[in-house]
Design a protein around this ligand. Structure first.
Ligand code: HMG
Length: 391
């Protein structure tokens, strides 16, 4: 039985901070960002945007194409949870009017949990082919101002429908996985921003890639030459380039630059202008590949390397399905990216500091163009609205 991603769509915020503006503010050479880390823009969420509103925007176009009552489970992967107890997915379940006969759970491990959601959902569909499961990965990457991580912020959400006979990609059985208890990046409960040992985190990422690759080849017998396109977790695009170089060296592959670029660059185009979106970032890379490769990908094998600091990693693959082009939502992705408004550094700081989540009562000014937004907090309860329903 084939199981995998039947539909996939992403959402990002309505605003961005250009790394040109950022470099001018910090008195740094722009090349450090555009060449050194390979980033141009960071999507910035206004105060009335959180992972629930982003995830609802990512999911709604999928629900327009299917019977939403058939969704049997929602797995919401995030490390930007909005409540310590209630899962973000239940707010989304209410906003999107999903069936009451649906299970909802939040999954957490840094940037890794979206991959965990895919593996779990795939197994559930194999056990019961009637299941139609939404795996959602959504995060807002936020570091302290004036730290090395600040240039690598961003935000985004990806919604994926996992079913049998998927129209986009079959997720192949077998994968390589790796866990190591390290402190490269973490966010204690009282903090809204992550702490990171940046250089160390890059080393642990690359070691995890080598470990998962060895395990992947042992488990599946698949080879480097059998993979056509490589999607990596992308905190910044230079990291994906370093990852691919590491893998090429490890397997001793002889690739010219053109081949190297073909295997990895299409999967970096969106990430370069969205920034890090933690758990969503690997799947935005996959969408970037789908939307930007003009050749027919039918039958091609795509690999996914998921890395979550702390750390858990997994390497798995999928096979592109016939006629997948007919269900892509490239126009929606490109429209969202193109319509974003540029922020000055001061406007970015105003958004950055204006997070009233700890207040008992707050009404949020309207920045986010919807259709889903965080409208208020009343008695510590989050109130979301669907602006389309209010017209
Ligand atoms: P930094 O110290 O600001 O930058 O931090 P740098 O001085 O190391 O420069 C970066 C690169 O730019 C270097 O290249 C420089 O040589 C180059 P590299 O040595 O790395 O190849 N450079 C220039 N190039 C051209 N022209 C110039 C120029 N100047 C410098 N003028 C760092 C960089 C990545 C550490 C920082 O951005 C950071 O702390 N980021 C956050 C952590 C991170 O993203 N880690 C990635 C791996 S861990 C991960 O992916 C998980 C994560 O997503 C979280 C999760 O799992 O939830 C983060």
């Amino acid at each position: 039985m084939k199981v995998g991603i039947d539909l996939i769509h992403f959402a990002t915020a309505d605003f961005y901070l250009g790394l040109d503006t950022f470099a001018a503010e910090k008195g740094t050479e722009l090349d450090k960002y555009t060449i050194g880390i390979g980033q141009e823009k960071m999507s910035i969420a206004p105060p009335d945007e959180d992972v629930v509103s982003l995830a609802a925007k990512a999911t709604a176009p999928i629900l327009e194409q299917i019977d939403r009552n058939q969704i049997s489970a929602v797995m919401f992967a995030t490390e930007t949870g909005v409540d310590q107890s209630k899962s973000a997915g239940v707010f989304l379940h209410g906003l999107l009017k999903l069936s009451k006969h649906c299970r909802v759970i939040e999954l957490k491990h840094a940037c890794y949990s979206g991959a965990a959601g895919i593996q779990m959902a795939t197994a559930m569909v194999k056990a019961n082919p009637k299941e139609k499961i939404l795996v959602i990965a959504a995060d807002i990457a936020k570091y302290d101002v004036d730290t090395s991580g600040e240039a690598t912020q961003g935000c985004g959400a990806v919604a994926m429908l996992i079913t049998e006979n998927p129209r986009v990609i079959e997720i192949e059985p077998g994968s390589g996985y790796f866990t190591d208890d390290v402190m490269d990046f973490w966010r204690p409960n009282h903090r809204t921003t992550a702490l990171v040992d940046g250089k160390y985190s890059a080393k642990v990422y690359l070691n995890s890639l080598k470990q998962t690759w060895d395990h992947f080849t042992e488990q599946t017998g698949r080879t480097f030459d059998g993979i056509d396109y490589f999607c990596y977790h992308i905190p910044f695009t230079k990291m994906a380039e370093k990852a691919h170089k590491t893998l090429v060296k490890k397997v001793g592959a002889k690739l010219d630059k053109a081949k190297f670029d073909t295997q990895t660059l299409p999967g970096q185009i969106y990430n370069r202008i969205v920034g890090n979106s933690y758990s969503a970032s690997l799947f935005i890379s996959f969408i970037s590949l789908l939307d930007n490769v003009k050749d027919d990908l039918q039958g091609k094998r795509v690999s996914f390397f998921s890395y979550g600091s702390g750390c858990v990693a997994e390497f798995f693959t999928g096979i592109m399905q016939a006629n997948y082009q007919s269900v892509l939502m490239a126009e929606s992705h490109q429209h969202q990216i193109a319509k974003r408004q540029a922020l000055s550094y001061q406007q970015y700081l105003d958004f950055y500091h204006n997070t009233d989540d700890e207040q008992e009562n707050t009404v949020y000014a309207n920045h986010n163009s919807g259709p889903f937004r965080l409208a208020a907090i009343e008695g510590y309860k989050r109130i979301y609205e669907n602006t389309d329903e209010m017209e």
